[in-house]
Every structure is written in C-alpha cells, then in structure tokens.
Design a binder for this molecule. Structure first.
Ligand code: AP5
Ligand code: MG
Length: 225
C-alpha cells in the first residue's frame, strides 16, 4: 500500500511515518530528510538548498522530483511507500502519478493530518532529535526515558534541533503550506483518495486513526473525508 501523509510543518508526518515503518515494514520517503542528508554530506545540491530550507521556503520541484524518482526506481518499497512531505505542489503531485505508474505502482490513500496552527509553534519549537540515530523527541510529549540518553540507540548527549525550527522560518513554512501545498487537499479529494484525520489528538490516537484508514482502504471500504 502506497500512501501520502499530508499536513503542515509539525503535523506529525515524520512521527507517524516512523511508526508505520517499524510496525508494518513500509518504506518512508521523506524529501525533507533526503535534503537534510544532502546538506550534511556536503553535496553540490545540498549546498544549493541549504539557505532556501533555513528560510522555510520550498526547494524547486525539479530537485525533489529527482530525489523521489531515484528512490522509487532503486527501492522495492517493502510493504509500501510512505510519502512524507512530498508532494508539496500540484506539479509534484502530477509527477508522482507518472513516476508510480512508470514503476508499476499506484497511490492507495492520502491521509491529511489536520491540526490547529496555534499548536504547531510548540510542536516545532519543542522538537529535538538524536544526532546519532535520528530518533525524534519533544520536550512536552516525548522525552527520552533517561534524560540526555537516546531511547533508541543509547547514545548520550547528542541531541540537536533543526535550523528551520524557529518562529520566523515557521511562518514562511506555513505560508508555503497554505499557498502551494493545501491545494493538494482538493486535488486528492477529487481523485477519491483523501482521508482526513485529527492530527491534534495524542500520538497513539493518531496512529490508531491511520490504522483505521489503512484497514478500510485495504478492505476496499470508502472512507468519508
Ligand atoms: P520537511 O522536513 O518535510 O518539514 P515539514 O513539512 O515542515 O514538516 P516537519 O518535519 O517539520 O513536521 P512533521 O509533520 O514531520 O512533524 P513531526 O512528526 O516531526 O521539510 C523541510 C524543508 O525541506 C521544507 O521547508 C523545504 O524547504 C524542503 N522540502 C522538503 N520537501 C520538499 C518538497 N517536496 N518540495 C519542496 N521543498 C521541500 O512532529 C513535530 C513534533 O511534534 C515532534 O517533536 C513530535 O514529537 C511532536 N508530535 C508529533 N505528533 C504529535 C501529537 N500527535 N501530539 C503531540 N506532539 C506530537
Ligand atoms: Mg518531518
């Protein structure tokens, strides 16, 4: 099953994608993670996108479509792909349709994680990750069991925050979401793929809602958007 997790910055796309990877053997394709990896390994492309990302603007369609194409053609997809943070424009959505049919796959569901903008500031400013293994945390809802030690890899003292996780860049990221990405909600509704869930609920409740959508889709039941 191939799905898109759609939602603004801080909606919980990455958190839920990781849960699906661990629980169902799906493959997470996060363009944000791919771009950050390109930056930290110092590739030409990584250097070109760094300032754009730090300001909270979108990088070009050409770059992200190229990244997704590379992954789709070089990856068997486990029990399905989770598109996290892609597509973000109508041009990217069209490209994804074409790429999926090129590799003999199709899109099964789009899950819109609806959240209240006022909750996003705290979600973003409280977020930190283990710089060793990438495990994500939050100062309010998901702290490491032992302070300063990563639950996932056991390393201590190696947490970091994203350069675009500040209020100024968040404003730009939100504007980009409403201007360029939110039209995808109507686009996928019209295609009969849209499922909307409450992204403001607890992490476990959101996981349960996503499970409900995936079960319904795999049983061929239409889910009300
Ligand atoms: P990207 O990395 O995709 O960032 P984003 O869309 O801004 O989303 P985030 O990763 O910030 O949020 P999330 O929804 O994953 O939330 P998370 O699960 O971490 O993109 C970054 C940049 O790269 C873009 O600005 C752009 O420059 C570029 N880019 C990437 N893709 C692109 C594309 N396709 N086209 C063009 N440019 C592109 O959760 C956030 C926090 O909240 C965490 O701390 C978590 O623990 C907590 N949390 C999660 N769920 C809950 C819950 N239910 N209740 C309480 N807290 C929760
Ligand atoms: Mg993310």
């Amino acid at each position: 099953m191939n799905i898109i997790l759609l939602g603004p910055p801080g909606a919980g796309k990455g958190t839920q994608a990781k849960i699906l990877v661990d629980g169902r053997g799906m493959v997470q394709l996060s363009t944000g993670d791919m771009l950050r990896a390109a930056r930290s390994s110092g590739t030409e492309m990584g250097k070109r996108v760094a300032a754009v990302m730090d300001r909270g603007e979108l990088v070009t369609d050409e770059i992200v479509i190229g990244l997704i194409e590379e992954q789709l053609t070089g990856n068997t997809g486990g029990s399905g792909f989770i598109f996290d943070g892609f597509p973000r424009t109508l041009a990217q959505a069209d490209a994804l349709d074409k790429l999926l049919s090129k590799v003999g796959q199709k899109l099964d569901a789009v899950i819109e994680m609806r959240v209240d903008d006022s909750a996003l500031v705290r979600r973003i400013t409280g977020r930190f990750t283990c710089s060793n293994c990438g495990e994500g945390y939050h100062e309010d809802v998901k702290k490491p069991a032992k302070e300063g030690v990563c639950d996932a890899c056991g390393q201590s003292g190696t947490f970091n925050k994203r350069a675009d996780d500040n209020e100024e860049a968040l404003k730009t990221r939100l504007l980009a979401y409403y201007k360029d990405t939110s039209p995808l909600i109507g686009y996928y509704y019209a295609k009969g793929k849209l499922n909307t869930i409450d992204g403001l609920a607890s992490i476990n409740e959101v996981t349960a809602s996503i499970k409900g959508v995936l079960d319904a889709v795999s049983e061929g039941i239409a889910v009300e958007a």
